[in-house]
Design a protein around this ligand. Structure first.
Ligand SMILES: Nc1ncnc2c1ncn2[C@@H]1O[C@H](COP(=O)(O)OP(=O)(O)O)[C@@H](O)[C@H]1O
Ligand code: SF4
Ligand SMILES: [Mg+2]
Length: 337
């Protein structure tokens, strides 16, 4: 039975933003509940896929659990250590074990450094090694991420998107990470390169026993790489379970719609399948005025089909995740079938 590498309990991250014009005495402040009470766990050597539309809070979850930004409340336990409020000094030995692959291909690559130095920097950040040892480790990393030796003298601008991604992955391996938050690792790449990166991540998981939180807006990719999938909507997980259950037997209306949008992706009907919000387009969220009760109600076809039942929009009965059996959790008063 594999160990739990990460446990997240009722995690909240609310951003405070100054808004509007300067009033007579103070700025008006608005709160953006980017992550609003999220709980999940991840087993060693497994992948949890986190999927949802742009702006629903996926990156914020990734950054918060790695302590790149402080949590507003909740608990984060990594490898048995409660890291929620750990000081930077206490956190340092754990930092190298948990790393992020950033969505932005260039984010972690200093444009003025050659690949050789980018790798050397990552290899030596936590270890004092001889030149020979650095050379050996560099060769091993190149092999692990399928990167040609000739690329060692290239600058990031001379690399293709896929090569940059490989260098980024090599750097997370170089520091010794075994838990990786992969934030949309394929989003800026051509389709054929996307498949290569996905296969690389899967191979590395098998070889090195890595655990991933795999973040994507693309349910198809997430389902392909993940053991378990969590579907997010407006800062909350609305459905979670084994990947094949989420793919073949989705119970939340939102997940169902994500799937049908995917199946019809190439047809114009895809975007029309989902009723739009007051503010309009698919993918635009209004965090300032969340509805009471279920956040999905303004776009939910089941709510409409059932004659807008009050239980869906009552603040006191906001649907919570409940186990429908087999570890399949759904937050909906009227789960599908
Ligand atoms: N640093 C920040 N300050 C204020 N609001 C932020 C910040 N980062 C993200 N947000 C807001 O939090 C919400 C979730 O963002 P994000 O986690 O990036 O979503 P996703 O990764 O799912 O696209 C969005 O409304 C976004 O505008
Ligand atoms: S609780 Fe009601 S509004 Fe929310 S997803 Fe379920 S049916 Fe739709
Ligand atoms: Mg994001």
């Amino acid at each position: 039975m594999s160990r739990t590498i990460l446990e997240v309990m009722n995690l909240k991250k609310h951003y405070r933003q100054r808004a509007g014009i300067l009033s007579a005495v103070r700025w008006r402040e608005r709160v953006i509940p980017a992550v609003d009470g999220v709980s999940f766990y991840l087993k060693e050597h497994e992948t949890l896929g986190l999927v949802g539309e742009s702006g629903c809070g996926k990156t914020t979850i990734g950054r918060t659990i790695l302590r790149l930004t402080p949590a507003t409340s909740g608990r984060i336990v990594f490898d048995g250590h409660d890291i929620t409020a750990m000081s930077a000094r206490e956190l340092r030995p754990l930092r190298r074990q948990m790393q992020m692959i950033f969505q932005d291909l260039d984010a972690a690559l200093n444009p003025k450094m050659r690949v050789r130095d980018l790798l050397r920097e990552a290899i030596t950040v936590h270890h004092r090694l001889s030149d020979d040892e650095v050379g050996r480790k560099t060769g091993e990393l190149l092999e692990q991420v399928n990167l040609k030796k000739s690329k060692l003298s290239s600058f990031p601008r001379e690399l293709s998107g896929g090569e940059k991604r490989r260098v980024g992955i090599a750097r997370t391996l170089a520091v010794g990470a075994h838990f990786i938050v992969a934030d949309e690792p394929t989003s800026a790449l051509d389709v054929s390169i996307q498949a290569q990166v996905v296969n690389l991540l899967r191979d590395l998981q098998r070889q090195l026993g890595l655990s991933y939180l795999f973040i994507s807006h693309d349910l198809e990719v997430v389902q392909l790489v993940s053991h378990k999938v969590a579907v997010m909507y407006l800062g909350k997980i609305v459905e979670m379970g084994l990947a094949d259950r989420i793919a073949g037997a989705a119970r939340h209306p939102y997940t169902q719609i994500l799937w049908s949008a995917l199946v019809d992706r190439k047809s114009a009907e895809a975007s029309r399948a989902l009723p739009t919000t007051r503010r309009g387009a698919w993918g635009v969220f209004d965090f300032e005025r969340p509805v009471r009760g279920c956040r999905f109600a303004p776009r939910c076809p089941v709510y409409e089909a059932n004659g807008r039942p009050a239980v869906c929009t009552d603040a006191a009965t906001e649907p919570e995740l409940r186990d429908l059996g087999g570890g399949h959790y759904v937050a909906c008063h009227f789960p599908l079938w």
